[in-house]
Design a protein around this ligand. Structure first.
Ligand SMILES: Nc1ncnc2c1ncn2[C@@H]1O[C@H](COP(=O)(O)OP(=O)(O)OP(=O)(O)O)[C@@H](O)[C@H]1O
Ligand SMILES: [Mg+2]
Length: 281
């Protein structure tokens, strides 16, 4: 027996053949996740290059559990790439991406990362337009179960309540039987946030939620995101500075793939490095 294999042999439940550990026999991602600490996300020394261009450059970024963090930065600063790294869509060239105390997301698949409670909302809403609001939320609750499973099984009263509560939270209690395709742009965005919530995410990554919204819709979105913080950790990427100011507690400025500044909105506006980069001072 090799040294490597014998090290594993002493651990109960781990099955190996020669030097190979069967990954599917290792504990599932939820069993390995430990969110008992205060930090939920811990990126350190992360680098990603695309054809030699450093999109993420020695990035260090930490988020506490329950925070609502706003992420700002010019076009191409690396905001979306950072979200791609957290969700496993892009593999960094180096660095660690800890979720909870000890789970390095660099080693995990996209589907396992989603299963472990990281939900992502892209800029364009992707609701099922030909289904109504209730059905959209119902399908989202099915998580790993198939579409057909959902259609064939009756909802329990708790599941019904959960859908109603989520509809209340996202401001669509009167639209449950309305087709998603007939909702306004803002309402579709809220429905998609509701669909993410049906999967009980710990960490929500939301890319440019208010682009194309009316002022009233923006205000309601701000209230919604603020109400989610605490129970969830929320990272919001947004270009609209008025919106960021209205919801922000802590803001991170990304510039050329690294953190340029971090703090309250006032701290950011008075930060010399930020002023140099954005105002040429
Ligand atoms: N798959 C890819 N292949 C090559 N280059 C990429 C890829 N993804 C991102 N980039 C480049 O990496 C840089 C960072 O892009 P990213 O999309 O992360 O920026 P961003 O901060 O989200 O910008 P925006 O505010 O415009 O959405 C850009 O220069 C972009 O062109
Ligand atoms: Mg982007």
């Amino acid at each position: 027996m090799s040294q490597h294999a014998s090290a594993f042999a002493s651990q109960p439940g781990v099955v190996f053949r020669r030097d190979k550990v069967f990954k599917f026999l290792l504990p599932g991602i939820l069993d390995r996740l430990d969110t008992s600490g205060t930090t939920i996300l811990y990126l350190e020394g992360v680098n990603v290059a695309f054809d030699g261009f450093k999109a993420i450059n020695d990035l260090n970024f930490y988020v506490n559990k329950g925070e609502l963090r706003c992420l700002i930065g010019a076009n191409g600063a690396g905001k979306t790439t950072m979200m791609d790294i957290i969700t496993g869509k892009t593999r960094p060239d180096s660095g660690i991406v800890l979720y909870g105390k000890n789970l390095d997301l660099v080693d995990e698949t996209e589907s396992d990362i989603a299963l472990a409670g990281i939900g992502r909302k892209f800029q364009k809403p992707t609701v099922f337009e030909h289904l109504n609001v209730f059905e959209n939320l119902e399908l989202a609750m099915a998580d790993n179960k198939s579409f057909w499973w959902t259609l064939r099984h009756k909802l329990t009263s708790e599941q019904h309540d959960r859908i109603s509560q989520t509809a209340d939270l996202i401001g669509l209690p009167d639209q449950l039987s309305q087709l998603a395709g007939s909702l306004s742009h803002g309402q579709k965005q809220w429905l998609e946030i509701g669909m993410l919530l049906m999967q009980d995410p710990l960490l929500l990554l939301i890319d440019e939620p208010v682009a194309g919204m009316t002022y009233q819709e923006m205000e309601k979105t701000g209230e919604l995101l603020q109400s989610l913080a605490g129970n969830h950790t929320v990272i919001v990427v947004e270009h609209d500075m008025e919106f960021v100011r209205s919801i922000a507690n802590r803001v991170t400025v990304l510039h050329q793939g690294s953190v340029l500044a971090e703090g309250s909105m006032d701290d950011i506006q008075n930060n010399q490095d930020v002023r140099k980069v954005y105002l040429g001072e």
